[in-house]
Write a protein that binds this ligand. Structure first.
Ligand code: HEM
Length: 294
């Protein structure tokens, strides 16, 4: 269920966000698709809050260039349709692709409590646990389906479809284009135990393809990205891979050498495993906690 614009700070008639909203009917018609991140983009008047949040992300990512935002959103909607990302929901089936043992223990989604009382949604990529690169990375399309699935799962916990302005920001223009957007996720790469010391072509193509997709189709969703326990001998890879990434994105990157230093950057230690400096259980259990299974 979505709320309407009533909880959004009032916008001048000629505000760029409303101009973008007015272009939606054509965008949806051209793309033949209107689902994104759990939200069905709506052309209704007054505009729905969750639709505005998404349009605002596209505007931010282009520094308020309306024409670019229209093109980018159209491309994303076409891509989502082609990739079949919203198909399951359309058909009412919740069946997930089973990626099998090649991906066991490589990715998790959890939440970490913050001092402000909110939870951050966190995706974990345990790339250091990969022992045979051919298993997860040998079939690029399969890897991408898995990695994008993890991203989509994390985003689903942001509950964008129920997005409203947070209470303590309601007197401000927190959702105006220059202000804080709370609908973002943390991403963490764990590289401890990594057993390959060179940039394998399989890793290179998997990371390049993932970075490109995230850049094109998941704008303004990254809060912070941590690279934990990068072996000293591999620290050059940070510079090498960062070259594929936009400057704005790379500003959100932080390398953490000692795994136990991660907890103080992230938040509530009870939501972080012991080996990463917290008091919590392992990532598998933390994910089950988020899923409400335990
Ligand atoms: C991104 C895998 C080593 C730094 C990625 C991505 C993959 C990947 C698949 C795509 C983005 C994602 O999944 O979120 C691996 C594997 C490694 C390895 C298997 C082991 C050999 C390293 C090392 C560093 C590093 C040692 C140094 C810090 C980065 C950076 C990105 C990245 C900066 C870009 C992140 C982004 O834009 O989201 N890596 N990586 N990687 N990796 Fe690694």
């Amino acid at each position: 269920m979505s709320t309407d614009q009533s909880s959004w700070p009032s916008l001048a008639e000629d505000h760029i966000l409303l101009k973008f909203h007015a272009r939606l009917p054509k965008i949806i018609e051209e793309a033949g698709h209107s689902d994104i991140w759990g939200v069905k983009l709506s052309t209704a008047e007054p505009p729905e809050f969750s639709t505005l949040i998404i349009l605002q992300k596209y505007l931010r990512s282009t520094s308020n260039d309306l024409e670019k935002s229209v093109v980018n959103l159209t491309k994303t909607l076409k891509w989502r349709k082609e990739f079949g990302l919203d198909k399951k929901k359309e058909q009412g089936t919740e069946e997930e692709e089973d990626f099998g043992p090649d991906f066991d223990g490589l990715g998790y989604v959890t939440k970490v409590g913050k001092d402000n009382g909110r939870d951050d949604i966190v995706t974990w990529n345990v790339y250091g646990a990969v022992k045979d690169l051919k298993k997860p990375f040998g079939d690029l399309q399969r890897f991408l389906r898995w990695r994008i699935g993890l991203m989509e799962k994390a985003i689903s916990y942001l509950h964008l479809e129920k997005a409203t302005i947070p209470i303590h920001d309601s007197s401000s223009t927190a959702t105006e284009t220059n202000n804080i957007d709370i609908y973002k996720i943390d991403q963490i790469h764990l590289y401890g135990g990594v057993s390959f010391l060179r940039m394998d072509p399989l890793v290179k193509s998997a990371s390049k393809a993932t970075i490109e997709i995230f850049q094109n189709h998941y704008p303004e969703l990254l809060l912070r990205k941590f690279f934990v326990q990068v072996p000293l001998i591999m620290s050059w890879m940070f510079t090498a891979i960062s070259l594929f990434v936009s400057v704005e994105t790379s500003k959100k990157f932080q390398v953490i050498s000692y795994p136990t230093n991660l907890a103080k950057e992230l938040g509530n230690p009870n939501d972080i495993p012991k080996e990463l400096g917290g008091n919590g259980p392992d990532l598998k259990m933390l994910q089950q906690r988020l899923e409400g299974k335990i």
